[in-house]
Design a protein around this ligand. Structure first.
Ligand code: FES
Length: 178
């Protein structure tokens, strides 16, 4: 097997090996293995694609397919906090648009942009699977629900202080992650 040049820790590599052993076919472990790299680096660089190609026996194109299909996966370095606000129909009806406008004003950026200090990135995403709790936003695996401008302000203030506020729902990976 060829050497992968990027700096993924031995712990993460061990997690990937352990995950692969849990599935009937190596290729089936692709999403949890992507999460392992995301957990450590915040995105999957091209070297991560190479690693998954080698470990899982899938083509590089297949890894890219999965990475590009899901909005929570990244292939570029990210802001410290990427705020993904749902703007699909249920959240739209519950006020996602004015909420996004409030966040744009508060952060001084437009949807799809990053603050100059690299602290926040604001993204509009399709359904987060929490339609009854809209409007909602996702930060990593944390889901914040029934958002109001006041609740969003509290979340942003907390993040600026370096504290990730308690989520309404935490989404864990199949392996039982953090
Ligand atoms: S429409 Fe927003 S979570 Fe489904």
């Amino acid at each position: 097997m060829s050497e992968t040049p990027f700096n993924l820790s031995s712990e993460s590599r061990s997690r990937i090996d352990a995950l692969i052993g849990r599935y009937p076919t190596k290729a089936s472990a692709i999403m949890p293995c992507i999460w392992v790299i995301m957990d450590e680096l915040g995105y999957v660089p091209e070297e991560g694609v190479t690693l998954l190609h080698e470990k899982l026996g899938v083509s590089r194109a297949r890894v890219h397919e999965v990475l590009s299909f899901y909005t929570m996966f990244r292939t570029e370095p990210q802001a410290k906090h990427t705020l993904q606000v749902c703007h699909n129909i249920s959240c739209h009806i519950m006020g996602a648009r004015p909420l996004i406008a409030h966040m744009e004003k508060r952060l001084g950026i437009r949807l799809g942009e990053r603050t100059p200090d690299g602290m926040f990135q604001l993204e509009g995403v399709e359904c987060l699977g929490a339609c009854g709790m809209g409007p909602c936003l996702q930060l990593g695996r944390h889901l914040y629900e029934h958002l109001t401008p006041e609740k969003v302000d509290g979340i942003l203030d907390s993040l600026k202080r370096g504290v990730v506020p308690r989520a309404d729902t935490d989404r864990l990976v199949a392996e039982g992650g953090q």
